[in-house]
Design a protein around this ligand. Structure first.
Ligand code: F6R
Length: 248
């Protein structure tokens, strides 16, 4: 586990965007695909902004890129303002040259009975593509990664989960009130995330300082799912000053 501290969150985002761009170009030079695991939320927005800039100004192409998003609310329509499909299109996919067929985001509008099979297929598709080369992560105040809330086990895979009440409170503003926040979500599991070859976890702001300290320095426990990443072979935390404030 390595920890990189940055003067500003923008610096951290640019750093990880550059790493992603290098990986895409390296793979392209070998005529290979690059498989990215992507996150939504406020934290990675400037990573996407920087990648869009590199596409426009530096000729970075996403023709060899395959993406798998971590999660999606359930139920939710893809066209809903709060859906992660909308988020990814608006912040990233609409502005780059990725093939639409290479984009994967858990579907929030499928029938409940078909969810387990759908989740198995999602896992299989990741494996069929050779696994995730680099997984981008944020962290929730509950210690969630993806929507793996407290209680999620190390061996969990893509599945339907209940959102923690704190997570729903944090999402309430986006949904115009707590009552409108879905109770469930489909998320990659902790094991799915651990199988990524590189994990880059970004956290910014003082509201993340305490959970970042627990995630990095606390003992491994399912009560704080992010602690379950501690033994990963290539895990990097990218923090701004505020998020790093409680580290010893
Ligand atoms: C988003 C996701 C979540 C967020 C986390 C932090 O796809 O999986 O785990 O990364 O809730 O959200 P922000 O970045 O909005 O603080």
């Amino acid at each position: 586990l390595s920890i990189l501290r940055f003067e500003t969150s923008t610096d951290a985002c640019k750093r990880v965007a550059r790493e992603i761009a290098s990986l895409i170009r390296l793979r392209a030079s070998e005529h290979r695909k690059c498989v990215l695991g992507l996150a939504t939320g406020s934290t990675p927005i400037r990573v996407y902004r920087e990648l869009v800039r590199m596409h426009r100004e530096d000729g970075l192409s996403f023709h060899n890129v395959i993406t798998f998003n971590l999660d999606e609310y359930y139920p939710i329509k893809p066209e809903a303002a709060q859906s992660y499909v909308r988020f990814m299109n608006e912040h990233f996919f609409n502005h780059i040259d990725i093939f639409r067929s290479n984009i994967h985001i858990p579907k929030g509008n499928i029938e409940l009975e078909s969810v387990p099979g759908y989740c198995r297929d999602y896992e299989e598709l990741i494996l069929k593509n050779g696994g995730i080369d680099l997984q981008l992560l944020g962290i929730g105040r509950t210690g969630h990664i993806g929507f793996n809330e407290p209680g999620a086990t190390r061996d969990s895979s893509t599945r339907l989960v209940k959102l923690d009440s704190l997570t729903r409170i944090d999402a309430a503003a986006d949904f115009g009130g707590l009552d409108n926040v879905p109770l469930l979500a489909i998320t990659m599991g902790v094991e799915t995330i651990l199988q990524a070859k590189r994990i880059r976890l970004l956290a910014f702001g003082q509201h993340k300082a305490s959970i970042v300290q627990k995630a990095i320095e606390g003992r491994m426990t399912t009560a704080i799912p992010a602690t379950l990443l501690q033994n990963h072979r290539n895990l990097q935390y990218l923090l701004d000053h505020d998020a790093a404030a409680c580290l010893s």
